[in-house]
Write a protein that binds this ligand. Structure first.
Ligand code: SF4
Length: 889
């Protein structure tokens, strides 16, 4: 089905039909309205009727229309580097998987899938691996995101159940954000919280995070805890809950088990390991205990830890002990990183889950699913989780691997070993939109998959809301939907009837029917009420919260009146003790490395880096380091630094800031070999996992940091993509072409020749200005008198007005080599507001000249922050850092 055939959820003008769909980035799951222009363009707006966002979008969501072009898209299957037909590619995949299974058994093959897949894609992949191949070796990149939450939920609730709703954050009197930079990672949920706090300033926000982030700026209290000490903090809170007599004794007696042991373990804890001042701890405890309506939101800072599952349960313990769960404005609340991480959890995309929250190790559950699928055989044990899966590939135990819609050669820890394991695996298939990812480049077969704006199906967001994703763009080239590719391979492997799907709605109906069996087993995930949706009803499906049982009415929230999914129907409190991160700083590796997302990029940048305005916000990979640590290591502002661990090394730009603790550094997770020479941060992260969840530690590796001391630094702009040959480079698109940061340890003998190679331009005029004593230069290249490229170098980090240099492309004259505009052309500086492309210098000037004192006033004066609002925390930070003289002063 192409976009023109889609039933429209809502009709707009005759020229521009409007289709309701869902943003493909974070787990907030915002509704979007899509208007294709019929010529390859797409207008995207927030859906005011969607309960996740009520019309709001963040910077990434607002820029979705800039990411749907076909530049770089894979349009046909590739086998061994050559274009191939679908028939030959899929026959090969089916034959190689069958032959491998026949020779080495079902556990010699594996699927590594993604929270970007739609539920229907996930369902077919899971059915093929677990029901027909007969192995549980299917795991998802959601393992890196929230597996610890799944484990924590299952231990406490019996199933992976999110008890509450987003409205709880707005209704609470205290919201505690643990290990969550909500402002950058779940921006619309942050906007909802910020709006609620503005309307009701008494709503108290506490942020627990070793790093001071944009989110911390909203908080009444920021606790910069020692990395990995959350269990000690929440154990202390639990002990105080008992001491101050705020246990809900009735709720505990009727609905909770494990109380005494959990309290005894908590009482024996030592809260000093958090590194917090006693007054800070007391203020936190007072806030949490003093307001009944408290929501504890947690995210990757909790999950990506070797004690992640215990952290989740330490938080849940406090809510169970006080009965503050499942009622409006209270409860533990996990927010997921990916658009369909929840759908993957529900459908059994994790190696240790069966579909519909059924348990793989439960014989009755297995038998029921096997019968429902008419499956030949089912695995009796959990399969390999992500880190173990790639270790097994490196050891030759996984001999055929299919990676769908994700980039493990970048995103997994010890990424060089993962890359080597993929390269060494006998047979590797990758389904993706692009053949240029670090992982796709290692594949024997690359299958062109459709992208977000082309696909049809469903996703589930962090609050259990199932939304339709609707394809509106034509399918490019020979690309196919993931469910269709997987089902076709299933048919070619001999299971024609089981995989005879014609549409996502057919798959959804089967999945919803299966969930009815889960409901009969007393599991939480029951959407059997949707199992009779015909195509028309599926197309028109509005955002729907699960459960949706066939019989009876489900409530909004879980567990206010007990009803847990454990054998005794009681919620379990766990006895927990603090465990420090496995790796400890040493003289050789003295810094703790924290990693995470930035505001305007998504995962490995394959889509967001297509948007020039998103890419201007933070234009290169960086390392945040405390000023005293920078001083101690001899690092100056904007130096290139070498970050090294026993597993690898990267080169990053130093960003000296007291937002990180002394002894800690932070680096973003996004950069790949496509966009930087040496910035895959996964290469330095140790592959250490939580023993319960298998989720790898992403926040507490140990590294060394030192100035790299390049011989020269450079900045380059070009109308065309460049081919940098330097130890350090980072390249992104600009509005006018491309821009790159450069540095190297050897100076080229001939700067013009270097520039021509960099820009791939052998013809045309060159203007070279050289400093012969320092061996440095500025080079401008022209064609027909028009600037096509420019290179600026220095022995220090280059001082160039970067936006001005980008904008000079296409102009005449070599004035650009001055590196800064004339007095009549102010330099806007690095982008802060991506929606209106407003730079920091413009904002600072407006604040100073117009005596602006609030974010709202900045918006009224220069529009910054008035569209998606994602930059409003940064505007507040800029304001806070400036003393604005008032008229009376
Ligand atoms: Fe998309 Fe932003 Fe909404 Fe997340 S918060 S779903 S990235 S628009």
């Amino acid at each position: 089905m192409d976009g023109s055939e889609l039933p429209l959820a809502q009709k707009g003008s005759a020229q521009a039909p409007v289709v309701c769909s869902t943003c493909p980035y974070c787990g907030v799951g915002c509704g979007v309205k899509l208007s294709p222009d019929g010529a390859g363009g797409l207008q995207v707006r927030g859906d005011q009727t969607h309960p996740a966002n009520y019309g709001r979008l963040c910077s990434k969501g607002s820029a979705l229309g800039e990411t749907v072009d076909l530049d770089g898209r894979l349009l046909h299957p590739v086998v061994d580097g050559a274009a191939a037909s679908w028939d030959s590619a899929l026959d090969l995949v089916a034959e190689r998987f069958k032959a491998t299974i026949a020779e080495h058994g079902p556990d010699s093959v594996a699927f590594y899938v993604s929270g970007q897949l739609l539920t229907e894609d996930y369902y077919v992949a899971n059915k093929l691996m677990k029901g027909f191949i007969g192995s549980a070796n299917i795991d998802t990149n959601s393992r890196l995101c929230m597996a610890s939450t799944v484990a924590g939920h299952k231990r406490a609730f019996g199933t992976d159940t999110v008890p509450g709703r987003y409205t709880d954050l707005e209704e609470a009197d205290t919201v505690v954000l643990v290990g969550s930079n909500l402002a950058w990672c779940h921006p619309v949920l942050y906007q909802r919280l910020a709006a609620a706090k503005k309307a009701r300033p008494g709503l108290r926000v506490v942020n627990i995070d070793p790093r001071r982030t944009a989110t911390s700026d909203l908080a009444d209290l920021h606790l910069s805890v020692e990395p990995g000490s959350d269990v000690a903090l929440f154990n202390h809170l639990l002990a105080q809950i008992v001491r101050r007599d705020v246990v809900d004794a009735d709720y505990v007696a009727r609905h909770v088990s494990g109380f005494d042991a959990a309290i005894a373990a908590a009482a024996g804890g030592d809260v000093s390991v958090t590194g917090l001042h006693p007054d800070e701890i007391a203020e936190f405890v007072d806030s949490w205990i003093g307001t009944e309506k408290v929501v504890t939101v947690f995210s990757q800072g909790v999950n990506q830890s070797t004690s992640g599952s215990d952290k989740v349960n330490a938080i849940i313990n406090c809510h169970l002990a006080t009965g503050r769960v499942g009622r409006p404005g209270m409860g533990p609340f996990s927010v997921t990183g990916q658009p369909n991480a929840m759908g993957g959890r529900e459908v059994g995309g994790l190696a240790n889950m069966l579909a519909c929250h059924l348990d793989i190790e439960n014989a009755d559950h297995r038998a029921a699913v096997q019968e429902f699928w008419s499956a030949p055989e089912m695995p009796t044990n959990a399969g390999l989780k992500a880190v173990d899966m790639f270790r097994a590939a490196g050891e030759g135990k996984i001999k055929a691997l299919w990676v769908m819609c994700t980039n493990p050669a970048v995103s997994l820890p010890e990424a060089n070993s993962v890359r080597d394991a993929i390269a060494a695996c006998d047979f590797v298939v990758v389904s993706d939109m692009y053949a240029t990812t670090d992982t796709a480049r290692l594949a024997d077969v690359i299958l062109p998959a459709t992208g977000w704006a082309e696909k049809d199906g469903t996703v589930t967001n962090s609050e259990r809301c199932i939304s339709r994703q609707r394809g509106v763009m034509p399918i490019p080239g020979a690309a196919r939907h993931d469910w269709n590719i997987i089902a076709d391979v299933g048919r070619r492997m001999g299971w024609a009837q089981a995989f005879d799907y014609q549409s996502p709605s057919e798959i959804f109906r089967e999945y919803a029917a299966l969930s009815g069996i889960a409901g009969q087993f007393g599991r939480d995930f029951d959407i059997s009420g949707l199992s009779d949706l015909d195509q028309q009803a599926y197309d028109a499906l509005q955002p729907t919260y699960w459960p949706v049982p066939k019989q009876g009415q489900a409530g909004d929230r879980f567990f206010a009146e007990g009803g847990f999914f454990t054998p005794d129907r009681k919620g379990r409190m766990l006895a927990l003790t603090h465990r420090a991160p496995v790796a400890s700083p040493t003289a050789e590796f003295p810094f703790r490395l924290n990693t995470g997302r930035i505001r305007d990029q998504w995962h490995t940048m394959t889509r967001t880096a297509k948007s020039a305005r998103l890419s201007q916000h933070l234009a290169e990979p960086f390392l945040e380091i405390h000023p005293l640590d920078a001083q101690g290591t001899g690092i100056e502002p904007a130096d290139i630094v070498r970050v090294e661990s026993p597993y690898g090394a990267v080169l990053l730009r130093a960003l000296i800031t007291d937002r990180v603790r002394r002894g800690s550094v932070f680096a973003p997770m996004h950069w790949t070999s496509e966009f930087a020479s040496s910035a895959r941060i996964g290469t330095v992260i140790r592959a250490e996992t939580d023993p319960v969840s298998g989720q790898p530690e992403g926040k507490a590796s140990v590294v060394s940091v030192a100035p790299a001391k390049p011989a020269w630094y450079g900045f380059a702009v070009s109308a065309d993509r460049m081919a940098p040959d330097a130890a350090y480079w980072a390249m992104i698109p600009s509005n006018e072409g491309w821009r790159a940061e450069l540095a190297d340890f050897d100076r080229p003998a001939d700067w013009e020749a270097f520039a021509r190679a960099l820009f791939g331009q052998t013809d045309g005029e060159a203007v070279v200005v050289e400093d012969a004593t320092r061996g440095l230069a500025r080079v401008a290249l022209f064609r027909d008198g028009v600037l096509t490229a420019a290179l600026f170098t220095d022995k220090e980090p280059v001082q160039v007005a970067r936006k001005y240099a980008c904008s000079a492309l296409g102009a005449a004259g070599a004035g650009v080599l001055a590196g800064r505009p004339g007095a009549d052309q102010p330099d806007p500086g690095a982008t802060v507001c991506a929606c209106f492309d407003i730079g920091i210098n413009t904002i600072i000037a407006a604040i100073a000249e117009r005596h602006l004192t609030t974010v709202e006033q900045i918006g009224e004066a220069i529009q910054a922050g008035t569209n998606c609002g994602s930059c409003r925390p940064e505007l507040a930070t800029i304001l806070a850092g400036m003393h604005v003289p008032q008229a009376a002063e």
